[in-house]
Design a protein around this ligand. Structure first.
Ligand SMILES: [Zn+2]
Length: 347
């Protein structure tokens, strides 16, 4: 079964899309079947990544997700059907039928408008309260470790203050404080707590606040140093759409100045420390169409990580910005250097 999953995940997602009846443009993109649009914003990442991502509605996934969601069937059924259809010699259960979908009706059927996410000012209040509480506690061992780690990455005291980074000095106290002040459903809605009513930043005590119009609109947690086995380096809020890190720095800038878009927040901080204007997206694949407007008047440089995901993400972003009339170029890192942060540290 695991072998089937692996093999099905490797079926070229573009082939499956074509076989479902979709028309691909330049073998890279198509009109999104999951939201109404006139210009195609669903992009395919060819194998080995083999995923799709819609820059219009944010929907993303692998070949099985695409198939399941287009056909409105569950994951297991989709896996079986794809196995039957594409894996030679696979003799699964389930039917052997070839699914035909009516692409035309998918596109013309106006789906029920999803309730748009509304960011509540209360969320900002919770994040800011949390930040203030953490800053006010006396320093602990984890503060020292965090500062040491950040310094090792070239994030100095100026940078920490400038971006108002903070550390969860005492997880238990922070948890209790928030629960005393706010209701659990409120905290869960703000993405800062999980369904069990615990702060989501259990293993991620370094907190990077994202500001928009002077208010915190997003929080990102980072482990101190390398994450433990089975944990990601970063922890994001649950169910809250990410905003752009350092977006306020684009306000009051002249037109035509050079603006850098980086993947990681630390990369952005590094460039700002170097005197450049920079923002970060938090990952290589999160760009949203409504963000285009922020970059209209600038000369944009995309400077992503030196890996497959980074380079693929950078190319897609260049295409999107370029199509929208934005002057955009790509910066590369020397080979062997993984990100901007490392690059400036080695100089
Ligand atoms: Zn879409």
């Amino acid at each position: 079964m695991n072998d089937l999953l692996q093999r099905v995940k490797e079926i070229d997602i573009r082939q499956v899309a074509r076989d479902l009846g979709f028309e691909l443009i330049q073998t890279r993109r198509m009109l999104c079947p999951f939201h109404v649009e006139d210009t195609p914003s669903l992009v395919f990442y060819p194998p080995p990544q083999n995923e799709f991502h819609c820059f219009g509605c944010g929907k993303r996934g692998d070949v099985i997700n695409l198939y399941a969601d287009v056909c409105k069937i569950d994951f297991k059924t989709a896996l079986e059907e794809l196995g039957n259809r594409y894996i030679p010699g696979y003799d699964g259960h389930g039917s052997n039928k070839t699914r035909k979908i009516d692409v035309k009706s998918i596109y013309t059927q106006k789906p029920v408008e999803e309730k748009p996410f509304v960011f509540q000012e209360q969320f900002s209040r919770i994040y800011e309260d949390f930040q203030q509480f953490c800053l006010n506690l006396p320093a602990t061992e984890s503060t020292r470790k965090a500062a040491e780690y950040l310094r090792g990455r070239g994030i100095d005291d100026w940078t920490i203050r400038h971006f108002r980074l903070f550390v969860i000095k005492n997880y238990g106290l922070a948890n209790d404080y928030l629960k005393e002040k706010y209701s659990t459903p409120e905290l869960i809605a703000s993405g800062i707590m999980n369904e069990r009513g615990n702060l989501v930043f259990f293993k991620h005590p370094i907190i990077i606040p994202y500001y928009q119009n002077g208010r915190i609109t997003y929080l990102q947690g980072r482990t101190i140093g390398d994450p433990p086995e089975g944990t990601n380096k970063y922890q994001f809020l649950t169910g809250i759409p990410r905003t752009i890190f350092n977006i306020d720095s684009l306000k009051n800038q002249r037109g035509n100045v050079e603006v850098y878009i980086t993947e990681g927040a630390f990369d952005c901080m590094t460039l700002v420390k170097q005197g450049m204007i920079a923002v970060s997206l938090g990952s290589a694949k999160t760009f949203k169409k409504e963000w285009i407007k922020h970059f209209k008047k600038f000369n944009v440089w995309i400077w992503f990580d030196n890996d497959t995901a980074g380079q693929a993400g950078a190319r897609d972003l260049i295409e999107i910005l370029h199509l929208n009339g934005i002057y955009v170029g790509m910066k590369y890192l020397p080979s062997g250097i993984k990100d901007i942060n490392e690059y400036f540290q080695q100089r």
